[in-house]
Design a protein around this ligand. Structure first.
Ligand code: E4P
Length: 217
């Protein structure tokens, strides 16, 4: 399973990248706004800055909702860097645009996916990635990981090439469960990635080893 970081914060992207295990980045308009980025030029420059840190797929989301607007915006985003993946919402014109991008060699990430039916449509249009939001599904009293398992099963049995990108990750256990059910990618906040490091027995064991090591000096 690949690890993407779900943020537009350059320091966090650098920190995750320095770990050596980062396979890409996803952003969305809310994450970009959180960094205080304003205006088209600043947005494009910020994506460029991310692409300079991480030489791996970087999802940049369109904000248009009509076919012509999504295509125009997506072309501008894709021109920033070969690693840009155009992130398109799961709406009717979005599906049409994903098909257009597929036919024109531009990679896409179909976002705001909450059902297997939506995931099938995204795959039919040729999306590179599909992003089911598991944390938001959990928030509404359903099991988001069950959806990842269902989509992964459908894609494999139907031979779809679209990668299942588990999004809206809230904790380290989400990452483990997504790996278990066959997600191709997990996009996570830095805190969830670092959460994977934690185990109290590791801390206790290390403290004991270091204490014993002092006796050897
Ligand atoms: C997906 O790519 C989104 O950027 C993100 O994972 C949404 O997460 P949230 O539900 O924590 O906002």
């Amino acid at each position: 399973m690949k690890f993407f970081i779900d943020t537009a914060n350059l320091d966090q992207i650098r920190e995750a990248n320095d770990l050596g295990i980062l396979d890409g980045v996803t952003t969305n308009p809310s994450l970009m706004a959180k960094e205080g980025i304003k205006g088209t030029e600043a947005i494009l420059k910020h994506y460029k800055d991310i692409c300079e840190i991480v030489q791996n797929p970087v999802s940049a989301e369109v904000i248009s909702t009509d076919f012509a607007g999504i295509v125009e915006e997506g072309k501008k985003l894709a021109a920033i860097d070969p690693n840009i993946v155009v992130k398109v919402p799961m709406i009717k014109d979005g599906i049409k645009a994903i098909k257009w991008f597929t036919d024109n060699g531009i990679k896409t990430n179909c976002t705001l996916v909450f059902s297997a039916g939506q995931a099938i449509l995204a795959a039919k249009a040729g999306a590179t990635y599909v992003s089911p939001f598991i944390g938001r599904i959990d928030d509404s009293n359903w099991d988001g990981v069950d959806l990842i398992a269902q989509i992964a099963h459908i894609y494999r049995s139907q031979g779809f090439n679209t990668q299942v990108l588990a999004a809206s990750i809230r904790n380290a256990l989400h990452i483990v469960r997504c790996a278990e059910v066959g997600a191709d990618v997990c996009t996570c906040p830095l805190s969830s990635i670092l959460g994977l490091l934690k185990h109290p027995l590791t801390d206790l064991g290390l403290a004991q080893f270091l204490a014993d090591a002092k006796n050897m000096q």
